[in-house]
Ligand binder design. Structure first.
Ligand SMILES: [Cu+2]
Length: 221
């Protein structure tokens, strides 16, 4: 075989290797979808969700230990990095969110005011009207439902910060409580709007663009 023939074989072999790698990548992505969490209902019209937000997810819960993340407490009181939640339609969802992360700040000060809730957002028991734009660690937002919740930060000079998730309530934290209504059945995206992904372009890469960290879905059924 001439050198041309060998070249053609090498090129074909190379293409095959790359195509196989892409196939595995897409296959892995398509089959490793995020797990879904269904809270144990108090009734079909009222559900409790307990959430924590952390500065670093740690090696136990993610292959990306330094990534900022949301966690949810499952029905056996274990913290899980599951950001897809199945909730009943037309139900009130009572959320308790423990934030262990510091301030990052908003690009848009408008997002410092809670929106779309039933009743008030409370921070450490006090009603919040609006948070200064340099304060929020994260936001919990469901744009399609008009819901926006700014999340108050732990102070920079906190004595007992939590370094790695899952964090315990013995570490410094803020407690945010709010209630929202799910409305009609649907598949609603939720996400954080604070550019909180440290070390990524404009703070919006990595955990801000990957399901399972700073965003997920609410499946209302
Ligand atoms: Cu965030």
């Amino acid at each position: 075989m001439g050198s041309r023939g060998w070249k053609a074989i090498c090129v074909a072999g190379g293409v095959l290797v790359v195509a196989t790698a892409i196939g595995f990548y897409i296959g892995g992505w398509a089959t490793s979808g995020p797990a879904s969490f269904t809270p144990a209902s108090q009734s079909s019209r009222s559900v409790n969700l307990t959430i924590q937000t952390v500065a670093a997810i740690g090696p136990k819960l993610s292959p990306n230990p330094s990534w900022v993340s949301y966690l949810i407490r499952d029905n056996s009181n274990q913290w899980r990095r599951t950001t897809v939640w199945k909730l009943p339609a037309h139900a009130l969802v009572h959320v308790t969110l423990y934030n262990f992360d510091g301030a990052s700040g908003l690009r848009n000060p408008f997002l410092g005011a809670p929106q779309g809730l039933v009743g008030s957002e409370r921070v450490d028991g006090k009603v919040l009207t609006a948070m200064p734009p340099d304060q929020p660690s994260h936001t919990f937002a469901v744009p399609e439902l008009g819901i926006l919740v700014p999340i108050a930060p732990v102070a920079d000079d906190a004595k007992n910060p939590c370094d790695v998730a899952p964090c315990q309530l013995s570490s410094d934290h803020r407690t945010i409580t709010f209630t929202f209504r799910t409305g009609k059945p649907g598949h609603y995206r939720w996400q954080c709007f604070v550019p909180c992904a440290a070390g990524w372009l404009y703070g919006f890469g990595g955990p801000m663009q990957s399901l399972g960290y700073m965003d997920g879905f609410v499946n209302v059924v």
